[in-house]
Write a protein that binds this ligand. Sequence first.
Ligand SMILES: [Zn+2]
Length: 177
Amino acid sequence: MSGAGRVPHRAGRRVPAGGAPRTAVCAAPPVEVRVSPLHGLGVFALAPIERGTRIFEYLGERISHEEADRRYDHKAPHDNHTFLFIAAEDTVIDAGVGGNEARFVNHACEPNCESVIERARVYIEALRDIAAGEELTYDYQIRRERDDPPDIDALFACRCGSARCRGSMLWPRRRAP
Ligand SMILES: [Zn+2]
């Protein structure tokens, strides 16, 4: 990746296509978007959400990695008001264009949701039972890049407040073999 910007790309757990059919996406997820104590806007449960619920799909324009770089590479490195999600090797979802409320779900290190990628589509699913009023969160798993500056973790600092907060929205470094 070139340019001054360091565009954060969110990632998720890939599940193999095929096999048993997965649960359908909520027709009308019981959530609202409002100001969050974590960061900016957040998504909050209006009613209890059962573990395993596929709450919503992460929607947006489907573009190439090159197009994502072209759109956002000029942004300041610590401006993480981008909504890019890696859906497949050759596809990025830009929820800044045509996105739904899923783009406002904040990052946390001990989240109550996870991002699941199935057939190059991204879904936010409940990892556990969620009570009404709770803020939804998932781990952004922001990909590390070869040319990241040494202070990259500070640029994407996490202040989720969890006891096991790793202090960064970036995915942990691979352990030395
Ligand atoms: Zn954290």
